[in-house]
Design a protein around this ligand. Structure first.
Ligand code: BGC
Length: 865
C-alpha cells in the first residue's frame, strides 16, 4: 500500500512509515479512521441531532466553507470561517485570547492563567471564565481561543508558560474544567489549546525560525512516552473535554515526529477515541502542514485558512478539500463529520444565527470606519468598530479579586509585611511605575517596560487601563500621610543606594518577562534566555538592601526567577510574587503590602536554588534539521522531580505565606462502599452506531466558481476552476491511504475511552477525605488545603513520591474553623498502563497527605484496595 501525499506540499504522511519503522519512543503510531462525532450518549446528543439536520441541507461547497478560514485579516476576527449566504449562516468569529478579548477596546485584561492558578481558588477560576464568556459574547465572538492548558511548563523558561495554569496537570485540569464551564455557560465555544506538547517557543514553527537557523527543516519534535502523554500532558485536556469543551486547537510542533495537526495517534487515537472528544479540532494559525493527511488524521478546521504562507490566500483545505472529496482522496463521510462536529459545537453552547450577536469590532484597526475585509482593499467599507463596552460588574470583581488572591508571599521576616505606620517609604525599579509608551504602547505587549501585568504574544489583550503599584501607594500616602520617594531608574545604582539609606522601608520592583516566539524582546525570542531578573534586577535589589535593613522585593514575573543573589540577604525582609496579574495588579500588590487582604496565593511551580536543579530546560540551538526534544524526565516534571531526587528547592510547589496562622486537624479518610474498585476499570459503553448523512459526491462541475459573486484576491473560497473540474474523476480506490487505514468505524472505544473525558468509571469517587483548618492567628485569612497522594508499589512502575490530587481554598476569621471535602476519583488513584492501554488502580496501601504546600504536609492517613 502506498502512502497519501498532501495536496500541496508533497509532505508524506509520516505516521505509517514511522510506525512500521519503530513503535517506540519518538514515533507515533497510525490510528485510523477518524472517530466520527456523535456516537456517545449523553450531553452531546441534542447538539448532534441539530448539527446533522443542519449539515444535511448543505452542499459540498458549503460544508467546505465551514471547515476553512477565509484567510489572515480576511474578516473581523483573527479567525473567520466561510459563510453560507444561501441560508443566512454567518462566518464564525474565532478570537484570542485566554485572558481577554484581543485587539479591541473597552474590554478587560484579566489576570493570566498562571495568576489564576496561583489563587488555587476553584470558584474564581469558574467566575473568571464566566466573566470572559460575557465579554467575548458581548463583542460577537463565537469561539474564544482559550483556555490555554499547554504548556505545562516542563522547562521554566518556556515563553508561554504564563498563559496556562502552572506546572502540575491536576491544577491545570481543575482550572481548565472550571474555565470551560464558565465560558460555555455564557454561550461561547471554549477552545482548549495547545494540543499537544508545545512546551517551548524555539523551533515551534518552521517558517518563524528558519531565517535564524538555516539548517532547520521542520518544527521540533517533542518526544514523550505513553504515560507522560496521558498522566501529564493530555490530562488537563481530559478535564476540559469532560466540562464540555467544544473546540481544541492542535499545536505547531511535532509530537513523536508527526505534526501535531496531522498526528493520527494524538487526534484520532487519544483525543477523539480515548478522551471521547465530540467537538472540532482547529489548527493553530498555520499549524497545519498537509492537506489530506491532516484531515484523515482528525483535524476538522484550518485556521486562519492560509496554509503554508501567511495571507497568500492559498489554503490546504478550501478548494483543495473540495477537490479531495470530489476525487475520493477524502471520503465524503469525513467531510460530513468535520462539518457536523463544528456545528455540534455551535449548538452545544446554545448558539443560533437568529440570536447570536455578530462581531462589532475589527481586530485590525481601532478606527470607527474602514475595510470590512482588512486584507483586501477591494471589499466593502463601513462602520467596523462600535466600541461596545463589554465589561461587567463581574469582570471588575474578577480582575481585582484574582489579582489579590494570586499574590504569593514567599518570605516575610520580622513581620516586615504588612506595612505598618511607615513614615518614609522608598520605591525602586521601573516596574513600580507606568510603561513609558502607555499600557498598550508595544504591539502585543512586546516589551518589558514599567509595571508588568501580562507577558507578550497572541495571548494578550489591550488594557483598558493598567494600575501601577506607584499610583496606589501614592494614593495611600495621601490618606496615611506617608512620605513616598522613588527612583525608577533600574541602573542608577548610586542614587538608588543613597535614597534607600534615607527611608525607613524600601520596596524594590523587579521583573522577568516572556511570550510568544514571533516577537523578540530584549534578545529573548519568546522563551526566556535565562531565569535571572531583567534589567539588572539583582543589582538593584542588592544596592537597596546594602543601605536599607527593611528591603521588600516585589517580583512581577511570568514564572519563577533565580532569587539566589539576595534571597538570604539579612536586609531583604520580604519577597512577594505578582504572577502576571492583569490590569489591576497594582491594586493587588498594594492590598497585600498594606494588609488590606492577607496573602493567600500559592506558587503554581517550584523555584529551584540552581537552574540545573530543574528537570528540563528550553533547547535553544538547532543541532539537527528536526530538533528532537526528548521529554526524558517523563512524568517527573516540577515538584515530582525535586521529590524523586531529594533536591531541596528554594520554594516548593504550592508554597505561599499568610499574615495569619492556621492549624490543620481532623483528617478523615473514607473508602466508599458500593462502587466498583477493581484494578481494571469496568468496560466503557460501546459506541452508538455511526449515523452517516445522506448524499453522494456531486459532480465536479457543481463546484466551479459561479461567477456572480465578488471574488477578492487572497480571500479563500471553496470553489475550483473549470479546468480543474474537468480533470477530476472520482476514484477513491486509487488513493493510497495510510497503512492500517479503514473506513469502518469501530463499535467499541478503546478501554480508556467511552465518554467525554474518557471512560466514565475514571470519574467514580472511590475515597472521600475531610480535613479542617483553624485560624489560630490574629487576623482573618484564607489557606489552601492541598491533598497529595502517594501510591502503593507496583512492579516496574515508577510513581511520583506524591501527586497533587485535591485542593480547596478555605477562609477563616481568628478562632474560626473551616472544613474541606475532597473526592478522590478512580482517575486520581490510577496510573496509565501502557501494555493494556488502560488506567489501572494499583492494589495496596495509599497514603493521603494534607498540607499547605507540596512539602509542608501536616497530616497523613491511609487507605487500601
Ligand atoms: C498562537 C495561538 C493563537 C493564534 C491566533 C498562534 O500563533 O499559537 O495561541 O490563538 O496564533 O492568534
Amino acid at each position: 500500500m502506498k502512502i497519501p501525499t498532501s495536496l500541496l506540499t508533497g509532505i508524506v504522511l509520516v505516521n505509517a512509515v514511522l510506525a512500521a519503522a519503530d513503535e517506540n519512543y519518538g514515533y507515533s503510531l497510525p490510528v485510523y479512521p477518524s472517530p466520527m462525532g456523535g456516537r456517545i450518549s449523553g450531553d452531546w446528543s441534542d447538539a448532534y441531532t441539530k448539527a446533522r439536520a443542519f449539515v444535511s441541507q448543505l452542499t459540498l461547497l458549503e460544508k467546505v466553507n465551514l471547515t476553512t478560514g477565509t484567510g489572515w485579516e480576511m474578516g473581523r476576527c483573527v479567525g473567520n470561517t466561510g459563510e453560507i449566504p444561501r441560508i443566512g449562516f454567518p462566518s464564525l468569529c474565532l478570537q484570542d485570547s485566554p485572558l481577554g478579548v484581543r485587539y479591541t477596546d473597552l474590554n478587560s485584561v484579566f489576570p493570566a492563567g498562571l495568576a489564576t492558578a496561583a489563587t488555587f481558588n476553584k470558584n474564581l477560576m469558574y467566575l473568571r471564565g464566566k466573566a470572559m464568556g460575557m465579554e467575548f459574547r458581548g463583542k460577537g465572538i463565537n469561539a474564544i481561543l482559550g483556555p490555554c492548558m499547554g504548556p505545562i511548563g516542563r522547562a521554566p523558561e518556556g515563553g508561554r508558560n504564563w498563559e496556562a495554569f502552572g506546572a502540575d496537570p491536576y491544577l491545570q485540569g481543575v482550572a481548565s474544567y472550571e474555565s470551560v464551564l464558565g465560558i460555555q455557560e455564557e454561550g461561547v465555544i471554549a477552545t482548549a489549546k495547545h494540543y499537544l506538547l508545545n512546551e517551548q517557543e524555539h523551533f515551534r514553527q518552521y517558517a518563524e525560525w528558519v531565517g535564524l537557523y538555516t539548517n532547520l527543516s521542520a518544527p521540533y519534535s517533542a518526544n514523550v512516552d505513553e504515560r507522560a502523554l496521558r498522566e501529564i500532558y493530555a490530562w488537563p485536556f481530559a478535564d476540559a473535554i469532560r466540562a464540555g469543551a467544544a473546540a481544541i486547537m492542535c499545536s505547531y510542533n511535532q509530537a513523536n515526529n508527526s505534526q501535531a495537526c496531522q498526528n493520527s495517534y494524538l487526534l484520532n487515537g487519544i483525543l477523539k477515541d480515548e478522551l471521547g472528544f465530540q467537538g472540532f479540532v482547529m489548527s493553530d494559525w498555520l499549524g497545519q502542514r498537509s492537506g489530506v493527511a491532516s484531515v484523515l488524521a482528525g483535524m476538522d478546521m484550518t485556521m486562519p485558512g492560509d496554509g503554508l504562507v501567511w495571507a497568500d490566500g492559498i489554503s490546504l483545505l478550501g478548494s483543495n478539500l473540495t477537490t479531495a472529496v470530489l476525487n475520493g482522496s477524502v471520503p465524503l463521510w469525513r467531510l460530513d463529520d468535520m462539518a457536523t462536529r463544528i456545528m455540534a459545537a455551535y449548538y452545544k453552547v446554545g448558539q443560533d444565527p437568529s440570536t447570536y450577536p455578530e462581531p462589532n469590532f475589527s481586530s485590525w484597526t481601532l478606527s470607527d470606519y474602514g475595510l470590512e475585509i482588512a486584507g483586501s482593499s477591494e471589499g466593502p467599507t463601513g462602520l467596523i468598530n462600535k466600541h461596545v463596552d463589554v465589561r461587567t460588574a463581574l469582570s471588575r470583581q474578577m480582575t481585582r479579586q484574582i489579582a489579590q488572591e494570586s499574590m504569593v508571599l514567599v518570605k516575610n521576616t520580622n513581620n516586615a509585611l504588612p506595612l505598618n505606620n511607615v513614615r518614609r517609604l522608598g520605591l525602586f525599579g521601573s516596574a513600580a511605575g507606568p510603561p513609558l509608551l502607555g499600557p498598550n504602547g508595544c504591539s502585543d505587549r512586546g516589551c518589558d517596560n514599567g509595571t508588568l501585568g501580562i507577558g507578550w504574544g497572541s495571548g494578550t489583550a489591550n488594557y483598558p487601563y493598567l494600575v501601577t503599584p506607584l499610583e496606589v501607594i501614592n494614593a495611600m500616602a495621601i490618606v496615611q500621610g506617608t512620605s513616598v520617594q522613588y527612583n525608577l531608574d533600574d541602573y542608577d545604582l548610586d542614587n538608588v543606594a543613597t535614597l534607600a539609606g534615607a527611608v525607613d522601608t524600601a520596596v524594590v520592583f523587579i521583573t522577568a518577562d516572556s511570550g510568544e516566539g514571533y516577537l523578540e524582546v530584549e534578545g529573548n525570542i519568546g522563551d526566556r534566555n535565562n531565569l535571572s531578573a531583567w534589567h539588572g534586577g539583582d543589582n538593584l535589589v542588592t544596592a537597596v538592601a546594602s543601605e536599607n535593613s527593611n528591603t521588600i522585593v516585589v517580583v512581577e514575573s511570568v514564572g519563577g526567577i533565580d532569587l539566589e543573589a539576595w534571597i538570604e540577604h539579612v536586609n531583604v525582609t520580604a519577597v512577594l510574587f505578582s504572577l502576571v496579574a492583569g490590569q489591576d495588579l497594582g491594586i493587588g500588590i498594594a492590598d497585600i503590602l498594606y494588609g488590606t487582604v492577607s496573602p493567600s496565593g500559592k506558587l503554581p511551580f517550584t523555584i529551584a536554588k540552581k537552574t540545573s536543579d530543574y528537570p528540563a530546560t528550553v533547547i535553544y540551538d538547532v543541532i539537527e534539521p528536526v530538533p528532537q526534544i526528548n521529554f526524558s524526565e517523563s512524568i517527573f516534571v516540577d515538584y515530582r522531580h525535586f521529590d524523586k531526587y531529594h533536591i531541596e528547592p528554594r520554594y516548593e510547589f504550592g508554597f505561599g505565606l499568610s499574615y495569619t496562622t492556621f492549624h490543620i486537624s481532623g483528617l478523615s479518610v473514607t473508602r466508599l462502599n458500593g462502587i466498583v474498585d477493581s484494578e481494571v476499570p469496568p468496560e466503557p459503553p460501546s459506541y452508538n452506531p455511526p449515523l452517516y448523512l445522506n448524499g453522494s459526491v456531486p459532480s465536479p462541475s457543481s463546484a466551479i466558481y459561479p461567477g456572480n459573486i465578488p471574488r477578492y484576491s487572497h480571500y479563500i473560497y471553496p470553489y475550483i476552476e473549470k479546468d480543474i473540474a474537468e480533470s477530476i474523476t472520482y476514484h477513491p480506490d486509487d488513493y493510497p491511504y495510510p497503512e492500517g487505514y479503514s473506513d469502518i468505524q469501530p463499535s467499541k472505544p478503546s478501554p480508556a475511552g467511552g465518554a467525554s473525558g474518557g471512560n466514565p468509571a475514571l470519574w467514580d469517587v472511590l475515597v472521600q477525605v475531610h480535613a479542617s483548618i483553624t485560624n489560630n492567628g490574629t487576623t482573618g485569612g484564607s489557606e489552601v488545603l492541598q491533598l497529595y497522594v502517594s501510591y502503593p508499589a507496583v512492579d516496574g512502575v515508577d510513581f511520583p513520591v506524591r501527586a497533587l490530587r485535591g485542593f480547596e481554598k478555605l477562609s477563616a476569621s481568628p478562632g474560626e474553623t473551616s472544613t474541606a471535602n475532597f473526592d478522590l476519583m478512580r482517575r486520581d488513584l490510577s496510573y496509565y498502563d501502557v501494555a493494556s492501554r488502560n488506567w489501572l488502580l494499583p492494589r495496596g496501601t495509599y497514603t493521603v497527605y494534607i498540607g499547605t504546600s507540596s512539602r509542608n504536609l501536616a497530616e497523613a492517613g491511609t487507605f487500601s484496595f
